[in-house]
Design a protein around this ligand. Structure first.
Ligand code: GLY
Length: 377
């Protein structure tokens, strides 16, 4: 069986399961599951959470691949609920890409909805306004108390830049791309270490732009390598190359990818941090799925440039996805999640549980492999 045929089988399995999951979760915005049932982050106190676009993104992917309108209706309902976030200034941080690329961006691409385009541009304008002009870095989070994080940028933000690239495409206004490339070029210099690994957080003086120090963030410690952060760097620089065709971003994505390939365990089960103790069983299936999807993108981008790397990245992505499908998925239709061993952060109390963005990237990567994906970044 070819890899594409294998991926088609898995895509069908996801679709069959998700038909039932959607039917019983029509009004929820899930982050994780409790006893196999989705929780709900659509309430006023949770609606601004950065992961609130992933379930809708997964539904748009499945709608596009399998044409079941219940997926589209549920996704549009989530997009409308996120208007509470759009109207909440403090809830508008750098994660607008994760939220509105996968909701309004998908909706506009598939239905040409003017409402969706309006939301998309409001989110892009807000993200653009977060660039610190001295540091050339986009501020990550807000803090209402005392501005402590005014000089914080994080590697995850590379994934949000396509909101800006696409805003320029939509409006023919280059400002958005100028802001995206200002951040990407500076991030390349300050986040990526000599060996190709990435810091999670970089702090800078928000008045002068001077770089202060890196922080370990969601990884084990500063100097270690948080696996999801590595996957954001790989995929994020790949996306900046995809949108600009600037080789410096491609070379950065390759440098990070080669670092990751040198660290992936022979089991293809991804830990929370590549530097964590070997006998610790904390895993992160989200990092595995994001890495796989990012490697597939990079493999496609390299197919005419570097055939050897292109094949190596594709083979590694397939190995990661086959391991996830065989060892880490819950295929029971009465359980709402798919991936079972995700972790939000190394120092959290809770590890190896379901997280919605793991399921999104797993679905995206499988559909990318069988060429049924709608490209949302
Ligand atoms: N963007 C936050 C995270 O990856 O956990």
């Amino acid at each position: 069986m070819t890899d594409k045929m294998w991926a088609e089988e898995i895509a069908n399995k996801i679709f069959e399961k998700e038909k039932e999951v959607v039917a019983r979760n029509y009004n929820r915005i899930p982050y994780t599951t409790e006893m196999g049932k989705f929780d709900d982050w659509s309430g006023d106190d949770k609606v601004c959470w950065w992961t609130n676009g992933f379930w809708a993104g997964m539904l748009w992917q499945l709608y596009h691949a399998f044409s079941d309108s219940s997926f589209m209706e549920c996704a549009i309902g989530i997009e409308e609920k996120l208007d509470k976030n759009l109207m909440n200034y403090m809830g508008m941080d750098h994660d607008s890409g994760f939220k509105w690329l996968l909701t309004s961006g998908a909706n506009f691409k598939l239905t040409q909805s003017e409402d969706a385009k309006n939301r998309f541009m409001l989110a892009a304008g807000n993200l653009a306004g977060r660039l610190n002009l001295k540091a050339n870095l986009i501020r990550a989070w807000n803090d209402p108390e005392n501005g402590d994080t005014a000089g914080w940028a994080i590697i995850d933000c590379m994934m949000n830049l396509p909101l800006l690239y696409k805003a320029s495409e939509l409006t023919k206004d280059p400002r958005f791309t100028q802001i995206a490339t200002a951040h990407a070029s500076r991030a390349m210099d300050v986040f990526i270490r000599e060996d190709g690994s990435s810091h999670h957080i970089i702090t800078f003086d928000p008045d002068t732009g001077n770089i202060l120090k890196p922080l370990g963030g969601q990884g084990m410690e500063e100097g270690s390598s948080w696996t999801r952060g590595q996957s954001w760097a790989l995929y994020g620089f790949g996306l900046s190359y995809h949108h600009t065709k600037n080789y410096k971003y491609l070379n950065t994505a390759i440098k990070v990818a080669d670092y990751i390939l040198s660290k992936i365990p022979t089991t293809y089960r991804i830990p929370v941090d590549y530097c964590q103790a070997k006998d610790l069983d904390w895993e992160d299936d989200t990092a595995a799925a994001i890495t796989a999807s990012g490697l597939l993108l990079l493999s496609d981008e390299l197919s005419d440039i570097d055939e050897v790397r292109s094949k190596k990245y594709r083979d590694t992505a397939v190995a990661l996805l086959k391991t996830l499908a065989a060892e880490c998925c819950n295929w029971e239709s009465n359980v709402d999640h798919i991936l079972e061993n995700c972790s939000a952060a190394y120092h959290d109390d809770h590890h190896n549980f379901a997280i919605i963005y793991g399921d999104y990237y797993f679905t995206e990567a499988i559909l990318r492999l069988c060429k049924k994906e709608i490209f949302l970044w």
